[in-house]
Design a protein around this ligand. Sequence first.
Ligand SMILES: [Zn+2]
Length: 58
Amino acid sequence: MDCSFCKQEFPRGTGLLFARRDGTILKFCSNSCKKNMLVLKRDPKYQKWITKKVKKKK
Ligand SMILES: [Zn+2]
């Protein structure tokens, strides 16, 4: 798996999985990555794939 925020590979069984209400599943290698994505929400570069996915679904 690779982290949704920093794109780093991390082994299965570690890290965090976060399921959003809209069905998007976010994978994080660490708590700080989760925080950066969910709390700061400021990096469009890393959020691009999420936007893409949501658009495709609709
Ligand atoms: Zn990460």
